[in-house]
Write a protein that binds this ligand. Structure first.
Ligand code: SF4
Ligand code: SF4
Length: 359
């Protein structure tokens, strides 16, 4: 069997597994926000305004018990995030405990707290990938985004330690007004052999009715120009990806949540709220020992049972493939789960136009 055949049969097996899990209500993936604390103060951060005191965070034993329940229910991959997850003093215990359960781990971090102990922990049972968010290419931009110029050097130092240890790293960034001039410089920090950096241009409101967030967003037409400049063959990549996903959306689908939110994945906030995804706060249920699967399935029923109102534009939108708006983000943005995030909508249409343009 050649490599291409191997890859496509692997992808087909994964697809079949996802379909089975979706039909049976099996949580294959979990995201655990170990803490809402952070040593940065990013201007766009939606975590910090909602941060709980450390005393409200789940304990080491709670996180391990929750992960054990997830593994028993069929979960094979867990994303550890925060806040900044490396601020947990028990990070090593939680991380290694989860890895010993045979679960793959993806780690999101700002890298500033990576030290010899963290490296030793990660090397003992390497994660699938460590995604490091880079907010700028200079101390001044770090100061403007995170509130601390020295965070730039701290991040680069942590990143260097991860790379020296041979751990799998991928960079990502949040594209916004204060760092837009360094978008390409940030992307250029990716080392040879690493996957291309990810980026997000749609900054979600930090809280309901957050009018300030708009001034941080880069106008959609400019985002598309910047990404087309930075990423060769962007339109081609989109075409191929859309082709693989089929003709997009559940056109005409009666469900409000057209995404897979809660179908085969769950999110747990630092204080133990089990939600279908990070944004679906109103569908959260507090974790009790032994109750993860029941909480996951209740959240799943809660979102998947919601019908779209008559005339819901997103259900039949041809540009949905490009769109990152979704009901909880729409609710934050305009107070209505069935509304839409105007910025994400405009960006989706811009990207669609770019893809359709003659090469
Ligand atoms: S590094 Fe992440 S969690 Fe910390 S303040 Fe910035 S966006 Fe928020
Ligand atoms: S928000 Fe706009 S682009 Fe996104 S799915 Fe709805 S109508 Fe389409």
């Amino acid at each position: 069997m050649d490599a291409d055949c191997d890859l496509s049969s692997g992808a087909a097996r994964l697809d079949a597994m996802r379909r089975r899990a979706a039909a049976k209500g099996i949580p294959l993936h979990g995201t655990l926000a170990l803490t809402h604390r952070c040593n940065f103060r990013c201007i766009h951060c939606y975590v910090l305004p909602n941060a709980n005191p450390p005393s409200a965070e789940l304990s080491t034993a709670d996180w391990l018990s929750l992960a054990q329940e997830a593994a028993a229910a069929g979960c094979f991959s867990i994303l550890l995030t925060g806040g900044e997850p490396l601020l947990r003093e028990d990070f090593a215990e939680i991380y290694l405990g989860i890895r010993k359960m045979g679960i793959h781990v993806i780690l999101f971090t700002n890298a500033s707290r990576v030290d010899a102990h963290v490296i030793e922990t990660l090397c003992a049972a390497p994660p699938r990938v460590i995604e490091v968010t880079v907010y700028g290419a200079t101390p001044e931009t770090y100061r403007r985004v995170t509130g601390r110029a020295e965070a730039h050097a701290e991040t680069l130092r942590g990143l260097a330690l991860l790379r020296e240890a041979g751990l799998p790293v991928r960079l990502k960034t949040v594209l916004m007004q204060p760092n837009r001039h360094e978008f390409e410089a940030i992307r250029a920090l990716a080392a040879e052999g690493e996957r291309a950096p990810r980026y997000d241009a749609v900054i979600q409101p930090r809280f309901r009715g957050d009018a300030e967030i708009e001034r941080l967003r880069v106008p959609p037409a400019e985002v598309v120009e910047m990404e087309a400049r930075a990423i060769p063959d962007l339109a081609g990549q989109w075409r191929r990806q859309r082709g693989r996903q089929g003709k997009s959306s559940p056109a005409g689908a009666p469900r409000l949540y057209g995404c897979a939110s809660g179908l085969i994945s769950f999110y747990v906030a630092a204080d133990g709220m089990v939600q279908p995804c990070v944004s679906a706060v109103r569908h959260g249920i507090r974790y009790e020992r032994g109750g993860l699967l029941a909480a996951f399935r209740a959240g799943r029923r809660s979102v998947q049972g919601l019908c779209a109102p008559p005339g819901y534009a997103c259900a039949t939108c041809a540009d949905r493939f490009f769109c990152s708006s979704c009901p909880p983000i729409a609710e934050l943005e305009c107070g209505d789960e069935a509304g839409k995030c105007a910025y994400a909508c405009e960006l989706a249409h811009e990207r669609s136009r770019r893809m359709a343009a003659p090469v």
